[in-house]
Design a protein around this ligand. Structure first.
Ligand code: ADP
Ligand code: MG
Length: 145
């Protein structure tokens, strides 16, 4: 059980707390930890969701991709002492959809994520990503407060 744990991180404090919990769990179960960041190359304000900067996105050197790589680098530093396997994945698309798809594709046996992320709206207990993942994932989800 918990041989593979998916930890989606967005660079927020909540996501780093989630990673710490995943490490404790992973040390117990000798888990592979997959750390994933999802970049969203769309203009959020646009109802048409027109991809921004699509050409550069595909060449792999967009500003967004640099931010995603930076988040994964920060994760790598935090995972330096983890004794089991760690994989890093930069995903492109809608965050909750990509997280759920990646969990399936990688056959993760659990997902550990923060209750809140970067948006900083403290009004609700859950963010949109954590609530959608909890709702639609088909494996156990640990939401770290
Ligand atoms: N783009 C993303 N890539 C990877 N993980 C994410 C992303 N966005 C959110 N998460 C994960 O979901 C958690 C909750 O974030 P979210 O639901 O977006 O809350 P908020 O609305 O406060 O930003 C984060 O702590 C992180 O673990
Ligand atoms: Mg968010």
């Amino acid at each position: 059980m918990f041989k593979k744990i998916l930890v989606p991180v967005d660079g927020s404090e909540g996501s780093w707390r989630a990673l710490e919990h995943a490490v404790v769990l992973g040390e117990k179960f000798e888990s592979t930890i997959i750390v994933a960041n999802v970049i969203q190359p769309y203009n959020n304000a646009s109802l048409l969701a027109i991809p921004l900067d699509h050409a550069r996105m595909e060449k792999g050197n967009s500003e967004l991709e640099k931010i995603g790589d930076k988040v994964l680098e920060m994760a790598q530093e935090r995972m330096a002492n983890y004794p089991h396997k760690v994989e890093y994945s930069l995903e492109v698309g809608h965050p909750s959809e990509r997280i759920i798809a990646l969990a399936k594709q990688a056959e993760a046996e659990a997902i550990v994520l923060g209750s809140r992320g970067l948006s900083g709206i403290a009004e609700f207990f859950l963010g949109s990503v954590s609530s959608k993942v909890a709702q639609y994932a088909s494996v156990p989800v640990l939401i770290v407060k």
